[in-house]
Design a protein around this ligand. Sequence first.
Ligand SMILES: *[C@@H]1O[C@H](CO)[C@@H](O)[C@H](O)[C@H]1NC(C)=O
Ligand SMILES: *[C@@H]1O[C@H](CO)[C@@H](O)[C@H](O)[C@H]1NC(C)=O
Ligand SMILES: *[C@@H]1O[C@H](CO)[C@@H](O)[C@H](O)[C@H]1NC(C)=O
Ligand SMILES: *[C@@H]1O[C@H](CO)[C@@H](O)[C@H](O)[C@H]1NC(C)=O
Ligand SMILES: *[C@@H]1O[C@H](CO)[C@@H](O)[C@H](O)[C@H]1NC(C)=O
Ligand SMILES: *[C@@H]1O[C@H](CO)[C@@H](O)[C@H](O)[C@H]1NC(C)=O
Ligand SMILES: *[C@@H]1O[C@H](CO)[C@@H](O)[C@H](O)[C@H]1NC(C)=O
Length: 423
Amino acid sequence: MHSCCARKIIVWSLCLIFYLSHSILVCGSSPPKHLCRQDQRDALWEFKSEFPLSGMAADEKTQTWRNNSDCCSWDGITCDPKTGNVAELNLWGSSLNGSLRSSSGLFKLQYLHSLNLGSNNLAGILPDFIGDLKYLRVLRLSGCNLFGKLPSSLGNLSDLTVLELDGNGFTGELPVSLGNLKQLTKLLVASSKLSGNFHHALLNLTELTAINLVSNQLEGTLPSNMSSLSKLEYFDIGSNLFSGFVPSSLFMIPSLIHLKLERNHFNSLLEIGNFSSPSKLQTLSLGGNRLSGPIRIYIKTSRSLVSRPLFWDTLRDEVDFSTFLHLKSLTFLDISTLNTRSIVDMSLFSHFESLSLLSLSRNTVKFSSTLHLVSPIGSLALASCNISEFPKFLRTQTSLFNLDISQNQIKGKYQRGYGVSQD
Ligand SMILES: *[C@@H]1O[C@H](CO)[C@@H](O)[C@H](O)[C@H]1NC(C)=O
Ligand SMILES: *[C@@H]1O[C@H](CO)[C@@H](O)[C@H](O)[C@H]1NC(C)=O
Ligand SMILES: *[C@@H]1O[C@H](CO)[C@@H](O)[C@H](O)[C@H]1NC(C)=O
Ligand SMILES: *[C@@H]1O[C@H](CO)[C@@H](O)[C@H](O)[C@H]1NC(C)=O
Ligand SMILES: *[C@@H]1O[C@H](CO)[C@@H](O)[C@H](O)[C@H]1NC(C)=O
Ligand SMILES: *[C@@H]1O[C@H](CO)[C@@H](O)[C@H](O)[C@H]1NC(C)=O
Ligand SMILES: *[C@@H]1O[C@H](CO)[C@@H](O)[C@H](O)[C@H]1NC(C)=O
């Protein structure tokens, strides 16, 4: 080996050693790099300080937050890796106890995409400032003991796709401004004390796949043309005070899987118009209304555009339920208390294969002694159906966990294994 080359190697090695030691020195002397931005950390810390720790609950996520660590690594926080802004705050079930103030540090987290404070005790109102979190796509505040009116500033959250506010005590009307939330796919405000109507503004929300407003005090009539909600899969407005017509346009929404209208005051004749066929409907719940006959049922098959009107004529003995035969996917059917004089012939249900709940209570029901239902029914309600013979078809129903055959005229003596014997 030439000495000049050896010298070169030594020089290069020295350079390398110097470079390495220098970088180690530099690394060693600089503070640990935090992704979190200072203002975001301050806002989080401020928010945390608004809720006194009870010190009891093991699920208090904010209890693990440390002032001197990267806030992006704190429990329940996700940051935008590019900017260091807090993008997600998920403190679901974290024993937060106290109300959301208008001045809350929360509203300084202005880059939030997703906020979940569900299952906490936020006993108080939802401040208008919620509308300042203008990048929110997901807002979940279920089971928070919130009350008062829903702020109309919610309508400013134009990127919102999920609004989940179930299980609070909200009063007043759904803000008309919600009609601006063009991206909304889920509107879930079940189990509150909302009043007022189903506003036409909601028909603007054409991306909606789920509307759940069950158990409120909403009233008035539904809009007659609801076909703009063309992606709807789940519609539950049960246990409210809606009256008038059940819009036949609802049945024509081809994506609809669950339709729950039970326990309202719908009191007109039922017009189930132009079912899309094949229908995806699995749940049809109409029980506990004040519907009056005759019930008009139309079917539009995919083959022909001509619809076949079928009349559910309460003045005759027979009910023509044949329209239900097109609902092959039906698993949950509640047509209790139809308030008609018609007789429901149960042989109809021998055509279904996947019924798991069937409620026919408070209608007059008939069935033959050879009736066989292939569906593995779990819950069957036949209360007040003027049944005088024990339903023998129950003997092959091995999945039943809930059976109501009260208030009938079934006679016979109790027999072990089978309930009532006719002999
Ligand atoms: C946490 O940091 C903030 C400033 O970022 C400071 O005002 C506050 O006193 C600190 N709290 C604790 C408990 O260290
Ligand atoms: C929540 O706070 C209220 C008063 O602010 C108090 O009475 C209550 O005991 C607290 N609940 C829990 C679970 O700490
Ligand atoms: C929505 O935002 C606009 C402009 O940012 C503001 O003027 C308006 O007051 C907001 N609306 C509500 C209901 O807060
Ligand atoms: C519904 O949408 C239309 C067109 O986008 C708009 O002009 C109208 O103001 C909206 N209505 C409501 C109540 O949001
Ligand atoms: C129902 O509304 C849709 C748009 O939302 C419209 O295209 C259709 O013509 C309306 N149907 C009737 C019968 O008014
Ligand atoms: C069903 O469609 C037919 C035309 O195809 C129409 O005449 C009828 O009014 C529609 N029925 C309902 C209830 O919308
Ligand atoms: C109830 O059933 C009996 C016979 O089982 C029948 O005579 C009577 O008319 C029925 N009542 C009604 C309201 O259908």
